[in-house]
Design a protein around this ligand. Structure first.
Ligand SMILES: [Zn+2]
Length: 172
């Protein structure tokens, strides 16, 4: 296995002030060049020559190939890469915890809950109308029941849609 010319690049993203490293390896099927960032590398094992990551679809041949770090690359680079990977993982977990705490009272979750409650009320009204229609033999009650379910479903879908839109906007 040949050693890539420049196995590691240090890439400073000054916009977000995120320090990430890029490693290169080759697809095991087509030998096409692959690049991956330290924060996306998930170590899955190693042998004498390589530290293996996870399977990714090759951008050249589309087959699932495993990414890896060359142990023959300068050891300082390998260490720095893995260190950066660990630090980005800690950052990720920290950010996820923070967003979890923030998400406790998020409006989109409340909207979704409200939609479910309205839908449930509609279903209960439908059951009540079936009961009334049967006991009073007045079929008109069924129309009221269907209207209640229809209304509940519309509100449910509307609220759910709003919640998804807010989520999408938040992720940007
Ligand atoms: Zn390939």
């Amino acid at each position: 296995m040949e050693i890539p010319e420049r196995a590691f690049i240090t890439d400073d993203d000054s916009r977000n002030n995120i320090h990430t490293m890029i490693a290169k390896c080759k697809c095991q099927y087509c030998n096409g060049a692959l690049e991956f960032e330290s924060e996306n590398f998930q170590e899955s094992g190693q042998d004498q020559r390589q530290i293996f990551g996870q399977f990714v679809p090759c951008p050249h041949c589309n087959k699932q190939t495993i990414i890896y770090l060359e142990k023959l690359a300068p050891q300082d680079n390998v260490r720095a890469f893995l260190k950066e990977r660990d630090e980005s993982r800690i950052r990720f977990l920290k950010e996820r915890n923070e967003s979890r705490i923030r998400s406790d009272s998020r409006i989109e979750d409340q909207l979704e809950t409200a939609g479910i409650i309205i839908l449930l009320i509609g279903l209960v009204a439908f059951l009540a109308s079936v009961f009334l229609a049967v006991t009073s033999s007045q079929i008109e009650w069924l129309i009221v029941g269907f209207a209640a379910v229809f209304q509940g479903s519309i509100f449910f879908l509307l609220f759910k849609g709003f919640a998804e839109v807010i989520r999408l906007l938040r992720e940007k």
